[in-house]
Design a protein around this ligand. Structure first.
Ligand SMILES: [Zn+2]
Length: 126
């Protein structure tokens, strides 16, 4: 359950800088059609690819995962195991959600938020 009263919607990022690398973010149709992969990060081409068919939350969590993959390579010399990258990505995604921060992916309906009817202020007992 989120503890914020309003959501902050960020526009979908076109790129993200990691160290000296500006990584372009691309949505790719059927990226994981054969492999089941949801995203990729290549520092050689400086491109992060995300499967365009995912819902908004999955796109955001996959972007965070691929971002941490890049951070692990650029800033940490590959010190993190892949399981650590998975857990850090999920932890960051949970924190963003808890703060009410969402990315508005173009053409992707936002996930249900449960915030459309704000909780009324508690009333004193009558
Ligand atoms: Zn990975």
């Amino acid at each position: 359950m989120r503890r914020v009263k309003a959501l902050v919607h960020l526009p979908a990022p076109e790129s993200i800088q990691v160290g000296g690398n500006v990584l372009e973010i691309r949505l790719v149709s059927a990226l994981g059609a054969d492999s089941g992969v949801k995203g990729t990060c290549c520092l050689g081409t400086r491109i992060i690819e995300l499967d365009a068919g995912m819902n908004a939350d999955s796109k955001t969590s996959t972007l965070l995962h691929e971002l941490i993959e890049a951070i692990n390579t650029v800033w940490l010399a590959g010190a993190l195991e892949h399981g650590d990258i998975d857990r850090l990505g999920e932890a960051l995604f949970q924190s963003l959600q808890d703060m009410g921060i969402e990315i508005e992916w173009e053409g992707t309906p936002p996930a249900p938020t449960g915030l459309s009817t704000p909780n009324p202020e508690p009333q004193p007992p009558s």
